[in-house]
Design a protein around this ligand. Sequence first.
Ligand code: PLP
Length: 393
Amino acid sequence: MAKKSIYLDNSATTRVADEVVEAMLPYFTEEYGNPSSLHEFGRNAKAAIDNARMTIADSISANPEEIFFTSGGTESDNIAVFGVAKAFGKGRIITTKIEHPAIKNTVKELENEGFDVVRLDVDKEGFINLEQLEKAITDNTILVSIIHANNEIGTIQDIDKIGHLVKSKNIDAYFHVDAVQSYTKIPIDVDAAKVDLLSVASHKIHGPKGVGALYVREGTRLSTLQLGGSQEKNRRAGTENVPGIVGFSKAVEINMADFYKHTEKMTQLRDKLITNIECKIPDVILNGPKRDKRNPNNVNFSFKYVEGESILLHLDLEGIAVSTGSACSSNSLKPSHVLEAIGLPIDVSHGSIRFTLSRYTAEEEIDKVIEILPGIIEKLRTLSPLTQKSDVI
Ligand SMILES: Cc1ncc(COP(=O)(O)O)c(C=O)c1O
């Protein structure tokens, strides 16, 4: 009999919610107009994206005119970073050592082009140091780009404090937040946190793939990267992905409707998994912080003396899907830059596994992992050339 799979890779992507699929369907076959067309089909499609804009704006306390639809988190990050850089032409960009490649690689490209880039250190739990940030903000700083909840280790940066600090040191420096992993899991208020730009993606929150949004505070200087039609007020040319945008908005609606209930449930299950792994398996290291400073859906452990890939494959054989790092880096043998930044030795970082929950994760699923994992680790450790004994040879 086929085993029922347990999906614990929700930071890579999520299952599309049934209500989301249902909301999208008419926009493929009935309301398929182009939002730029003037006839009824076009007007209905435009009304649908305008409604979606309102829903997304409400969820972060923004105005609908400040929401721009994109193809996902990567594009939102690219428009934010390259758009500001192109508008200014030169200056300092401050970021962290634990960004997702969508920011890490865009900033690297700008550094190659001559921008002055500062990458903030993080402590062993993944937090930036506010004093280091304060010292780094100069008069020529054009952008501070910080990941809200880290995609690998779940560390939540205090964007309220960061935003106030940025503006108190240089009112003209823009503050961009990559909120792809925190969106609808941690409350976000762009005004309270003095955020100028914020990236989100639909497929991380039970919406469809290929759609995201960028919040851009009114008045922000941002150059256009993609040239073409005048869609999205010239900020992002190209016919809008109407079914995707409708699905994204439905996913936001579902998540925001019972925000505290579902984040509390995820937090409880997350902590149950953390506590049990720590109790039942020796020689483990929890990467990232505990309790309320950790994204509600994230658990990341290093299991000493074993390879993460072996653990992943053994769990996969049991029908449990996890990740060895972030989805984008899990095909590479290079140690994760995030684990390196928190000071984890390379050999230990190779034994790291990320479990990411969703609002649909059931307690029995977590119990099953708790039941199976200790045996897998024990077996791998007996077979491993990396066991404790090899340390003393
Ligand atoms: C923090 C963060 N930023 C950006 C992205 C890129 O988002 P997308 O996959 O929608 O392009 C991801 C995806 O994992 C992410 O975790």
